[in-house]
Design a protein around this ligand. Structure first.
Ligand code: NAD
Length: 272
């Protein structure tokens, strides 16, 4: 089996990477950054998002695994202290794969520029440099609303615990093939009206954003944010591609949600 390791680049993560690489080579696995069957990210969720982006062109041939060198992450379930155990699992045990849905984003431009098609593991966000954005929001080809506000966030189920959650979106189990559209500070008054609630769209239901007036936007795809000009539309739907996670032990989604957001809360006995 070929493997590659993507490190966050800090001293601790680089040390873990070096150790892991050597252990796995000692077990006769081949280090191959071009065509890995297994990609290990060492760092945090941001490192995992970077590893995903680096190997986005071969998702059908690559499975991912995350080791965290800081706090427990959503995509990183192994700790750096479990290195030896993990290396033995990788070398000796055939891995079980769990697939999660992704978001397909197509940005089309006014001029004859080629549309930009990409995938997001967490979400796509669209905002403007100044003032508010105004979008004709279409769902399945039909006008749904005219959105005016700071922006919109369209997320995957596994990304529903990230930016989407901060915006009041719901948490969606990644076994559901869906995307969620969440508002970022919509303007609602006697002139402008939006639905106000997050929308959950099933597979095959496309959400199309067509801007009015402005055509220059700040578009974030996971951890990468760029400014795009001459934007004609932004189309989002559940992608045909999926991400494959390697599992050597159960990592239930709801446990992860609890451990990340609830576990620190005081148990009943300690209530004052
Ligand atoms: P970062 O360093 O700003 O970290 C953002 C935080 O989001 C980290 O704690 C990370 O662990 C966490 N995170 C990332 N993916 C997650 C997920 N699927 N579920 C729960 N938590 C998750 O940025 P980064 O590490 O490069 O990550 C980029 C992500 O940050 C974006 O995809 C976006 O979801 C998130 N973000 C959140 C907010 C917000 O909540 N207000 C604002 C901007 C970006």
């Amino acid at each position: 089996m070929n493997f590659a390791i993507v490190s966050r680049g800090d001293e601790r993560s680089d040390n873990v990477k070096a150790k892991m690489k050597q252990y796995l080579i000692d077990f006769d696995l081949a280090y191959n950054e071009q065509e890995p069957d297994l990609v290990i990210s060492v760092g945090g969720d941001g490192t995992f998002l970077e590893a995903f982006r680096r190997y986005i062109h071969r998702l059908d041939k690559t499975a991912f695994l995350g080791v965290h060198t800081g706090h427990l992450g959503f995509y990183t379930d192994w700790t750096a202290d479990e290195l030896e155990k993990l290396v033995i699992e990788i070398a000796k045990t055939p891995f079980h794969v769990v697939e999660y849905p992704l978001l397909e984003v197509i940005i089309r431009f006014k001029k004859d520029e080629k549309p930009l098609k990409t995938l997001a593991l967490n979400e796509m966000t669209v905002k403007t440099l100044e003032g508010s954005v105004v979008f004709d929001v279409q769902i399945r080809g039909e006008h749904f609303e005219t959105f005016r506000g700071d922006g919109l966030c369209i997320s995957t189920p596994s990304g529903s615990t990230a930016y989407n959650k901060s915006l009041g979106g719901g948490i969606i189990h990644p076994s559901l093939e869906a995307i969620q559209v969440t508002e970022i500070a919509s303007i609602n008054n006697r002139v402008f009206r939006t639905i106000g609630s997050p929308l959950i769209l099933p597979k095959h239901h496309t959400c199309l954003l067509r801007p009015y007036q402005k055509d220059r936007f700040i578009i974030g795809i996971d951890h990468i944010t760029k400014t795009y000009s001459d934007v004609k539309s932004i189309q989002c739907r559940v992608a045909r591609e999926r991400i494959r996670f390697v599992r050597y032990r159960p990592f239930p989604f709801w446990n992860r949600v609890r451990d990340s957001f609830i576990a620190e809360a005081k148990p009943k006995e300690e209530w004052q």
